[in-house]
Design a protein around this ligand. Structure first.
Ligand SMILES: Cc1ncc(COP(=O)(O)O)c(C=O)c1O
Length: 391
């Protein structure tokens, strides 16, 4: 199946105004997503927020089915939450880790996750151990196996880091986690929307993701997947009377599904937008989306190879749609601001987003270009030329 680029670009109003090459930040929404958010908001304005929700119950419930289909899960294993960090934290803080328990994580781990590890290290006395990377920069599966002992209580991995093209071996890690019966929490924030994601194939117990990045949904919405077998065992760190109805004066009862991690009040407009984004991506097909986005990223790396003083920093034996690099004489943050004035959107990634990796490789702030399937080779060429013109 190939991509109908003309149709896709016609569906993407933002391309008329901007050369947007930052799907790893917040991608351009297709019209159907914008329309879904606006239509629900209008309905709220017309008949009231509660009434709008009540009149769209079926459609809003179907968002869980859509998200479940996207990752090959069941709807009752999905919680819709504000963003990927909230989703990840809900799983992480629900795990009953105690003093001496070890967490195995990776060099590419995202800052938000790592500070949560540090908090539980301080508060609960857990131990954080970093699995070294192999020669390609991917988590080393043999090293992971060698580090396992009775005290390992969690494997928590970032699949694709925020700062580059690396793709960690999520499914290989899942096999090891399953063999040793260790809970496996996967940060799939940068993976969902740019490639097929199948929780059965990966074998993760928990997976977190966001709407606004490669999935092309609105900002302010994300989701958590919790494997069925875990659902009844996890007590959320925070509850309200939605996730845990107050059934007697002295008792609450947690919901049996993943929605025990949700609270009563939500943005139904954003949920509608998320559902539209998932359905749109599924209609195009995750495999063709991945193929085109990854090819455009390879094209970007080839263009950068011809730029004097440019140094591509991406790790991994196969590289995804996030391209990281430095250019001699160019400050990424200043350059990003300068390009924005020319309506070209790229990003910069600071060492503090991925401190373990950045310090190990002595990385400065790097440029980040993340093309998506709706971009063109032309846009990339224009962007690299504009970057060169800043010198
Ligand atoms: C790898 C990774 N994980 C998690 C997050 C956090 O996502 P959110 O901002 O939706 O909480 C990001 C955001 O950039 C990310 O790149």
């Amino acid at each position: 199946m190939t991509i109908d680029l003309d149709r896709i670009r016609a569906d993407t109003p933002g391309i008329a105004d901007t050369t947007h090459l930052l799907a790893s930040g917040s991608a351009l929404m297709p019209s159907c997503v914008i329309d879904a958010v606006v239509a629900h908001t209008r309905l709220e304005g017309q008949i009231g927020g509660y009434e709008a929700q009540a009149s769209k119950t079926k459609e809003l419930d179907a968002v869980y089915d859509s998200v479940a289909r996207l990752i090959n899960a069941s709807a009752h294993e999905i919680a819709l939450l504000e963003n990927a960090t909230v989703a990840w934290c809900h799983a992480f803080y629900a795990l009953p880790l105690k003093a001496g328990d070890r967490i195995l994580t990776c060099e590419a781990e995202y800052a938000a996750n790592y500070v949560a590890f540090l908090q539980r290290q301080k508060r609960d006395g857990i131990v954080i151990d970093i699995v070294p990377s192999n020669a390609h920069g991917e988590l080393d599966l043999d090293a992971l196996v060698n580090m396992i002992d009775d005290r390992v209580a969690l494997i928590a991995i970032t699949w694709i880091p925020t700062n580059g093209g690396l793709v960690n071996p999520a499914a290989g890690i899942g096999k090891i986690a399953a063999k040793y019966r260790i809970p496996y929490l996967l940060d799939a924030c940068q993976a969902v929307g740019q490639m097929p994601v199948d929780v059965e194939e990966i074998g993760c117990d928990f997976l977190s993701a966001t709407g606004r990045k490669f999935l092309r949904g609105p900002r302010g919405i994300g989701f958590l997947y919790v494997r069925d077998a875990w659902l009844e065992m996890l007590e959320p760190a925070m509850i309200d009377h939605f996730g845990a109805p107050w059934i007697a004066k002295d008792r609450y009862a947690l919901r049996p599904d993943a929605r025990r991690f949700e609270t009563w009040e939500n943005s139904y407009a954003l949920r509608a937008g998320l559902g539209a984004a998932v359905d749109y991506a599924m209609e195009i097909g995750m495999a063709p989306i991945q193929k085109r986005a990854w090819e455009l990223a390879s094209h970007t790396r080839r263009l950068l190879n011809d730029v004097d003083g440019a140094d591509v920093k991406d790790l991994g034996s196969e590289q995804c749609a996030i391209v990281s690099f430095t250019v001699d004489g160019l400050d990424p943050q200043e350059s990003v601001a300068a390009l924005r004035k020319k309506s070209i959107a790229i990003g910069a990634s600071r060492p503090s987003s991925t401190r373990l990796d950045s310090e190990a490789r002595d990385l400065p702030t790097v440029f980040r270009i993340a093309p998506h399937y709706y971009n063109t080779e032309d846009e990339l060429e224009r962007c690299i030329a504009a970057l060169q013109a800043l010198r």
